[in-house]
Design a protein around this ligand. Structure first.
Ligand code: PLP
Length: 406
């Protein structure tokens, strides 16, 4: 018998994809409010969209742009990192434009991870990480974020225990999807010290860097000894509400970036040229834009958190991202997958079971993720519908009959 595991050793698990597709299909079929997938229901700034139109009309970027990205965008990324965080990167040699953060992560892992290398990741993690590690032939070693005192936290001792002589790279994400955790200074210090001590590479996914509420985003590359070993990943999708544009970037020391570029040129080669000019402009928007986005999302977070609390969930108030993780056990439920499958019929809302983000799904079984990057009216309607789940349910019991099938 030929082991199918041998014939397809690097094929990513399909489970997560299946559940996302299933949930979106459920939303479409039932007319439920989709708080599952994390994309905004309104586009980003008109000025940014018009900059893309202008670039298209002016013939800027309609032919293959430079493989590392248009100079205007590389300069804007370098200036953004310097102005916000005091981190200096040479736009010529240390900034690379990618087809979204997803390609930045995939190209980086393909370039820096050899078959059998261990990659330490947080559990749960954004679903593309497991796929990219598998494609590189790496071994995913997970360190759990533990739910405690209303937030998911990293235990530096557990992280340390996960490092072995085969560890090549730490793959970190803060602000963190799906939990909404923003790693603290102490947690980040633990990661940095460990990386320096064991001479590890670090990839840090900071696509939610601007979406923090009452806490500061601290880039790992700023810690002593980290700049030379860190690949920092950013994206326009979440910051400017153009997730369909797929313009991302990474900053890294020239030697690491060169290795990543060597792979990336054979993936997409380059992402859409005209959109790169528009994102260059977006990164130079005044601070009022970024403050406004944060304030708007902070209000939406309150709407959703309050709604979920009213409905009876245990709620982890996120410090960052546009996701809320909710515990279904106070509702008498245990299985997030079954709960999310039933939720559209039961309450007319779609959520994602957190288990799909876990290497050890049992750790995530009682949690579900809701997105709040939606218009306030949509979030209010979702909150009203979810109220039917609570002890003082707003709907007549008859409307909740699918409950018995959960
Ligand atoms: C959305 C998301 C990405 C993907 O970003 P793109 O720029 O759309 O590729 C990467 N990482 C995290 C944590 C995300 O939530």
């Amino acid at each position: 018998m030929t082991a199918s595991g041998r014939r397809h050793p690097r094929r990513p698990r399909a489970f997560g994809t299946t559940v996302f597709a299933e949930m979106s299909e459920l939303a479409a079929r039932t007319g439920a409010i989709n708080l599952g997938q994390g994309f905004p229901d309104q586009d980003g700034p008109d000025s940014v969209r018009e900059a893309a139109v202008a670039a298209l009309r002016a013939g800027r970027g309609n032919q293959y742009p430079p493989v590392a990205g248009v100079p205007e965008l590389r300069a804007a990324v370098a200036d953004h990192q310097r102005a916000r965080y005091g981190l200096a990167f040479d736009p010529e040699r240390e900034v690379l434009v990618t087809a979204g953060a997803t390609e930045a992560i995939a190209a980086t892992l393909l370039a820096l991870v050899s078959p059998g290398d261990e990659v330490v990741v947080l559990d749960p993690a954004y679903d593309a990480y497991a796929a990219a590690i598998a494609l590189a032939g790496g071994v995913r070693v997970s360190v759990p974020l533990r739910p405690e005192r209303g937030a998911f936290r990293l235990d530096p001792a557990e992280l340390r225990a996960a490092v072995t002589p085969r560890t090549r790279l730490l793959l970190v994400n803060s602000p963190h999807n799906p939990t909404g955790t923003v790693l603290t200074r102490a947690e980040l210090t633990g990661i940095a010290e460990l990386a320096v001590e064991h001479d590890l590479l670090v990839v840090t996914d900071e696509v939610y860097e601007h979406l923090v509420y009452g806490v500061e985003h601290l880039p790992l590359a700023g810690w002593p000894g980290m700049r030379e070993r860190t690949v920092t990943v950013g994206s326009a999708g979440k910051t400017f509400s153009f997730t369909g544009w797929k313009i991302g970037w990474l900053t890294a020391p020239a030697d690491l970036l060169g290795a990543v570029l060597a792979v990336k040129q054979y993936l997409t080669y380059v992402p859409a040229g005209p959109l790169q000019y528009a994102v260059a402009k977006a990164l130079r928007l005044p601070p009022a834009y970024f403050d406004g986005l944060r304030a708007e999302l902070a209000d939406r977070r309150e709407l959703l958190v309050a709604g979920l609390e009213r409905a009876g969930f245990g709620v982890f108030r996120p410090a960052g991202t546009y996701f809320v993780t909710a515990d279904i056990r106070p509702l008498g439920e245990r299985d997030g997958v079954a709960f999310c499958r039933a939720l559209p019929d039961r309450a007319g809302v779609v959520a994602v079971p957190s288990a799909v983000f876990y290497q050890r799904p049992e750790l995530g079984a009682p949690f579900v993720r809701f997105a709040f990057c939606k218009r306030p009216a949509v979030l209010r309607a979702a909150a009203d519908r979810l109220a039917s789940l609570g002890p003082a349910g707003g709907r007549p019991a008859a409307a909740d009959s699918p409950l018995s099938t959960v």
